[in-house]
Design a protein around this ligand. Structure first.
Ligand code: NAI
Length: 363
């Protein structure tokens, strides 16, 4: 197999520990891979005046494939999310978050095999916001009143929720193409079109039109309101197959799905665009565990497993998945979170690197 060069963004918090564990696992598969390390996040901000230096974007663009650890976003103030900026700058419009049961994880269910396809570039995540009291907020409040669209209280902060025809077409098409390529049977569009008529309503209308294009594909289509989806996911997680959602619902529902399969520590993800693909776990930087060799690297390792599939290293990808499954099923050398959910206590758990060693032994 050809040599692959991959941009590696270790991130901050638990990022550096779990990415180093992941790199060791990937290297142990024998795949010929070179990491081009690119730093982003709060520490980089102190040194370069920006949390996302141009070199990082260039590295991802040049290599077309990247894997990252989580990056902290200051709440309310400070810089905007580097994670969101990366997705926007590189137009990584599809966020793929598979959720499947791993026996031994201590999850409440054992028969889940679904995929969340989250739109990654628009909706309330677009970052178009007007601060309370700003000239922009005042003007927008006046504009909405003049248009007869509604009265907004003068002391409001405002975040916009744009959803476009083209953005919806490409994410729903991506969901169908993914379903076809992966032998899936059904795509469900999730929305709140009954209330948000011009944003989610448009999403639903376009999703139905795109579904028509795939009427003979063998992949079925249905739509579901987001609140009902959450309830049914908890009641009957085995019902679901591929879910396609606007950005914010996709964010929330994928954490819900991570909870269904045993927690954030094991939920992988990928951000896919036409020019690049960036793999990263669903979870964040879990600052309270940073530097303690405690965090579970499974989500990062399984994100690498998705990356190996993307690089067409299918044999290595399968070995990584099987090794993770075996170590978790055995339950002896697992991190604190899995130990706690499977036995009720963290007694006998191992650290991040010792868990990675166990995975490597099983490859
Ligand atoms: P978080 O996902 O970092 O952590 C929430 C809790 O989940 C942790 O306290 C821990 O109990 C558990 N957890 C998460 N990952 C784990 C792992 N690998 N092993 C074991 N337990 C794990 O979410 P939180 O606290 O809301 O966010 C922390 C920071 O991360 C914030 O600054 C946030 O903006 C950022 N973040 C970054 C993301 C990214 O880089 N893509 C995604 C989500 C959040």
């Amino acid at each position: 197999m050809a040599k692959h060069t991959v941009a590696l963004i270790p991130g901050d918090g638990i990022g550096p520990e779990i990415t180093s564990a992941m790199c060791r696992v990937v290297e142990a598969t024998g795949v010929d891979i070179e990491w081009e390390v690119a730093e982003a996040g709060a520490e980089v901000m102190d040194r370069f005046g920006t949390p996302l230096p141009n070199e990082v974007l260039e590295s991802v663009r040049r290599n077309k494939v990247a894997i990252k650890g989580p990056i902290t976003t200051p709440v309310g103030t400070g810089f905007r999310s580097v994670n969101v900026a990366l997705r926007k700058e590189l137009d990584l419009f599809a966020c793929l978050r598979p959720a499947f049961s791993i026996p031994g994880s201590g999850a409440r269910y054992d028969d889940i095999d679904l995929v969340v396809v989250r739109e990654n570039t628009e909706d309330l995540y677009a970052g178009i916001e007007f601060e309370e009291g700003s000239a922009g907020a005042r003007e927008l409040i006046g504009f909405a009143a003049d248009q007869g669209a509604g009265i907004i209280r003068p002391d409001s902060g405002i975040s916009l929720k744009p959803i476009s025809v083209s953005g919806t077409q490409r994410i729903v098409r991506y969901a169908f193409e993914y379903a076809i390529a992966n032998g899936r049977k059904k795509v469900t569009a999730v929305h709140k079109a009954n209330i948000l008529k011009h944003s989610d309503g448009l999403f639903l209308k376009v999703a139905r039109e795109v579904a028509q294009e795939y009427a003979d594909s063998g992949v079925g289509f249905e739509d579901y309101i987001v609140d009902a989806t959450c309830m049914q996911l908890v009641l009957h997680p085995e019902w679901w197959d591929v879910l396609v959602l606007p950005n914010l619902y996709g964010d929330i529902v994928s954490d819900l799905c991570a909870g269904l399969i045993g927690g954030l520590g094991i939920a992988p993800g990928a951000n896919i665009g036409l020019e690049a693909a960036l793999f990263e776990p669903v979870h964040g930087s879990a600052p309270k565990y940073a530097g303690k060799d405690m965090a579970n690297p499974t989500a990062e390792i399984l994100s690498a497993q998705l990356m190996l599939k993307h690089l067409q290293e299918t044999d290595a990808a399968e070995r990584v998945l099987n090794a993770v499954r075996e170590v978790i099923a055995e339950g002896e050398r697992v991190t604190y979170d899995i130990k706690r959910s499977s036995t009720g206590t963290t007694d006998g758990c191992v650290g991040t690197q010792a868990y990675a060693d166990a995975v490597i032994e099983r490859l």
